[in-house]
Structures are given as structure tokens and as C-alpha cells.
Write a protein that binds this ligand. Sequence first.
Ligand SMILES: C[S@@+](CC[C@H](N)C(=O)[O-])C[C@H]1O[C@@H](n2cnc3c(N)ncnc32)[C@H](O)[C@@H]1O
Length: 427
Amino acid sequence: MKDARAIALELLQDVLQRGRPLDEVLATNADLPGLEARDRAFARLLTATVLRRLGQIDAAIDARLERPLPANRNIVRDILRLGVAQIALLGLAPHAAVHTSVELVGHGGQAGMKGLVNAVLRRIAEGGPIPPEDPEHLNVPMWLWQDWETAYGAETAGAIALAHLTEAPLDITLKSPADAETWAERLGAEILPTGTLRRAAGGDVTALPGFTDGAWWVQDAAAALPTRMLGDVSGQRIVDLCAAPGGKTAQMAAAGAQVTAVDISKKRLERLSENMERLGLAVDTIAIDAAKWTPDKPFDAVLLDAPCSSTGTLRRHPDIAWNKTPADVAKLKIVQDRLLAAALTLVKPGGLVVYATCSLQPGEGAERIAALLASGAAVERAPVTVDDLPDLAEAITPEGDLRTLPCHWAARGGMDGFFAARLRRLP
Ligand SMILES: C[S@@+](CC[C@H](N)C(=O)[O-])C[C@H]1O[C@@H](n2cnc3c(N)ncnc32)[C@H](O)[C@@H]1O
């Protein structure tokens, strides 16, 4: 049977060498469920630590290699990465970390590299914690850093990168916001100024009080904001165009809207339906490409939470930093424009469309809105004001869009990076 370190190596190889999402490999790894809960948590922590600190770890390895590791030795590099994380970042006993890493090299069919792994990790152990110099910058790929630096300035880009080094807390949206005090006490959570409940990450979410009864769902504090930009939705017919797994659908349905949830993925829509069933919320669902959908009559409002690079969620998905590329963003921008154009045809004249993405890249946010407005489409920006979001004035841009950053509310544990713009269809 494989131990936690061997499984962490599989997880890491799946993410870094095969480009698979961390969540997916955690859910599908055949051996992980066989571990004790403590070891399972260790395998996860080890993998996530390497992904969060990859640049810093690689710099430490490279500084201790006499000559560069050939590219076809990626398994050796991944073993070294896990070893460095154990010794220099998680503070585990160097002896055990070195010994088990050397063993993994043997099992990985790289017995000839045992000496090298042993030597590099011993040098790491002698050096103590690895140099903290510029860890923010090193742990972010250059294209992401440059985009952020251009959009937000070097200081804020540094604060965003720093926020990614820490695991995000568990944020909860209540079905009945009026019961916040009661649920905060039951869940041992803090009530954030915007109404989201927040507790430390970790543990089995489904075992927490109120989960099975459908009293709440997991949703980052920033992800809960775009629907608020639609104002009071009670009694309105609203279409949620990219709806699954349904966090925003649930918010609108719980607030009394009649929601149609559209998603291109049948499988993801099934998950949405399961979530709505648990929450006791009735919504209509349609599995279709939203850009090709032609319903009989227009809606009062549209929410378009478009597919994006998700770089605003790096705290929760540290794999995204290494597996997404500028080419992905370029492709997604085309999809976002198509969906935005479709969204405008689905709302009645005078109705609101909120466009949102969980991306930090301006190309998937403000630039899409600028392109739409410049195209001459029958739409205007309906700027968000401090009255709409009194608790988050720092996240409202001069144009009146929402722009949250992972470094907002840093002392409280941060939030995901979301962009959202409110538009009004002209008659
Ligand atoms: C950011 S996620 C939505 C998250 C969701 N709004 C929530 O709050 O839980 C984007 C969703 O868009 C869906 N999607 C991607 N392309 C689409 C398209 N052309 N039409 C409809 N849905 C699409 C994906 O399947 C995915 O579920």
C-alpha cells in the first residue's frame, strides 16, 4: 500500500506533468481514500504547499545542484520538491524527509539518482528555512505577475501574490441571512461585514451543522457579491447563464427570484440540481450553450458568471498558477465576448445584466466591458456605488465596477479576486 508521501508524488505529477486540476486528482486518486484521515490531510497539505511555493522551492533546489537536472528527470525534481517542502517549509524532521525521498527515487525507477537527491536534501536541511527573499514574485509565473503589476501596480501585485501563500478560509452563505448570529455561533464562525460567515478551513464540510438540512452553502465572500449588484431580486424572472454548481443561483432563489439556471455542462447542472435539492430551493434548469439559446420571452435580469482563467481563486486552487497560460486567457476572452453579446439579447429593455469573472486578469474583466461599450451595443454601464456595497468601498473602481483582490480584507483572511460590472440594456 502506498503511503502519504508516495501518494503526494502521484498527485503532484498529475498536476504538474499531466496538467490536471488539483481538485480533480484529489477526487480521483485511487489510493488516497485508503489512508487514515491524518495521512490524507498530510498528502494534501504537502502537494498544496509545493504548488503554492513552487518558484521558491525550485530556486532552492537549483542553487544546490551542481549541474541542471535534465528535463526528462521530472519525477526526480518532483521528489526533491516534496522533500524541500517537508524540510524547509513544513518543519518536518530532515532525517525522515531525506530517507523517504531517497526511497521514492528508487521506487520511481531512478535508483541512479538516489545520491543526488540525498545530497541536495541534506544541503537544504543544513541551510534551514529556504531564503525568503522575494517569495511573492518567485511563486507566481512571470506572465501573471506582469499582468498584475501593469493592472494594479507592483505593491498590490506583491500583496496579491503574498495572499496566495496561505490557504483560504471556509466561507459560507446562509439561506436566511437574518439568522446570521445563530449560525455564526453554531458554526464557530465570524460574520463578515457583507454577511458571509467565515471559519477556518479544514475538516469535513458536510459534517458541519446545517449542511444536510440545507441551511447554507460554501461560497467565497467575494463570489457572493455579484448577485448583490442586481439589487432586490424578489419576484423577478432571472436567468443565471453559467450557473453550475449554483452558488449564485441559490442566492437569487433564496432571495425570492424565479431563477432559470443555464449551463453548457449537463454533469455540472446535475450537481446544481443536487445542491438546490439539499437547499430546498426550486429553480428551472436548462443544459445548453448560452450563446445559442433563444427563450420565448426576455428576462427581467441576467447574471453572466462567465468561464474564465479563475486566477482570482489561486488561494483555493494553487495549481491554476502553473497550468493556465496566456493562450487560455486569449481563448476565454472570445467565449466571454460571445456570452456577453448573448446576455444582452436575453434581458428586456431597461433590464440589468451583471457580468462577472473570478479572474484577476484585466483582459477578462474591465477590458471585456470596454470592448462591449466600444462596439456600439445597446447597453450602458450602470455604475456600482458605495450605497450598493457600503462595506467594500475599496473594491469599487472609478468606472463603477467591482474589483475584489485576494489582498482585500487581508487581516480577516482575504477574499477571492472577482470582477463584476453592472450593465443596463438600452431601449
Ligand atoms: C465560473 S463557473 C460558474 C459558477 C457559478 N455561477 C456559481 O456561482 O456557482 C462557469 C460555468 O460556465 C459554464 N459554461 C461554460 N461555457 C458555457 C456556455 N457557452 N454556455 C453555458 N454555460 C457555460 C461551465 O460549465 C461552468 O459551470
